[in-house]
Design a protein around this ligand. Structure first.
Ligand code: AMP
Ligand code: ZN
Ligand code: FE
Ligand code: FE
Length: 278
């Protein structure tokens, strides 16, 4: 199968993206997407709307999520792909609660640093969304406390900066097991950006399926190195834009994922279905 456009990693307004699910699908379809996954942070809230829009646009839609997890000292973003009819149980509600708690605690931290933000404006920004630091970054810019998102993270919000708070989250091993239980396929998001190459072997032992070698923020050299490392560890590869909004400069709907790699992911999904049936 020749792929015109495949994108297995995007965000909408249901987490920290700037386009609502239908607008995201339209944008990706306009870019020639044939296969598109929505992977909002810790929520599948946008997947219904995206699925309808994709059906109308003739795009194959894949429901998914990007899970925040912890592996020892590392923050690991784990993509959960092909979540066709998962029983998430209390997971989504627990994650929403943890994210909200951490969001408002970071707002108080910012207060203490002299960076006061309007509560009503913040509440509007996170309405219906899985809240995250990008919402705080945008509010800091709008209030004139910083010039742009980059400065907001660099000065205040990044790990190790004064307003940062970790959120309660599952371990990566737990999350890998959950994704498998939901009938999905797991892939470590943007490993080069998070310097995760040294732990991919350990994660493979925990049952990880794949590595997002092809990511909008990876260079061609990083992608090639990750593809080689994945092959040697017996891991599959995935590819996605990690599109958050038009201002970001890289469009949704495309990634340089080879057609064979996509076929291998579909095979893994089929095998998973057989496991469930057994
Ligand atoms: P959170 O889920 O609240 O921890 O926020 C993580 C999100 O913040 C990531 O998915 C990115 O979209 C964004 N992010 C993380 N670091 C930066 C940064 N240095 N500059 C801009 N955005 C960032
Ligand atoms: Zn994000
Ligand atoms: Fe991420
Ligand atoms: Fe992402």
């Amino acid at each position: 199968m020749k792929l015109a456009g495949i994108d297995l990693h995007t965000h909408s307004t249901c987490s920290d993206g700037l386009l609502d699910p239908a607008a995201l699908v339209a944008e990706a379809a306009g870019q020639g997407a044939e296969v598109l996954a929505l992977t909002d942070h810790d929520t599948m809230r946008g997947c219904g709307e995206a699925a309808s829009a994709a059906a109308a646009a003739g795009v194959r839609f894949l429901p998914g999520m990007e899970l925040s997890t912890r592996h020892g000292d590392h923050d690991v973003h784990l993509l959960a792909l092909f979540l066709e009819a998962p029983d998430l149980g209390a997971f989504a509600a627990q994650r929403a609660e943890a994210r909200r708690e951490r969001f408002w605690a970071m707002v108080e931290r910012l207060d203490g640093l002299g960076l006061r933000l309007d509560r009503d404006d913040l509440a509007r920004r996170i309405q219906g969304a899985s809240p995250g630091r990008p919402h705080l970054a945008r509010a800091l810019v709008a209030a004139g406390h910083v010039a742009d998102d980059h400065e907001a993270f660099g000065k205040w919000l990044a790990r190790g900066r004064p307003a940062h708070l970790a959120q309660r989250m599952p371990t990566t091993a737990e999350a890998i097991a959950m994704v498998r239980g939901w009938g999905g396929v797991s892939s470590v998001a943007h490993p080069a950006l998070d310097a995760l190459e040294p732990v991919l072997g350990e994660l493979a032992e925990h049952g990880l399926d794949a590595v997002e070698a092809y990511h909008g923020g990876h260079s061609a050299e990083q992608a090639a190195a990750l593809a080689a490392q994945s092959a040697s560890l017996g891991l599959l590869v995935s590819g996605g834009s990690d599109f958050h909004g038009p201002a970001q400069g890289r469009p949704p709907g495309r990634s340089p994922l080879p057609a064979e790699a996509w076929a291998a992911l579909l095979e893994r999904l089929e095998a998973r279905g057989d496991e469930d049936a057994a």
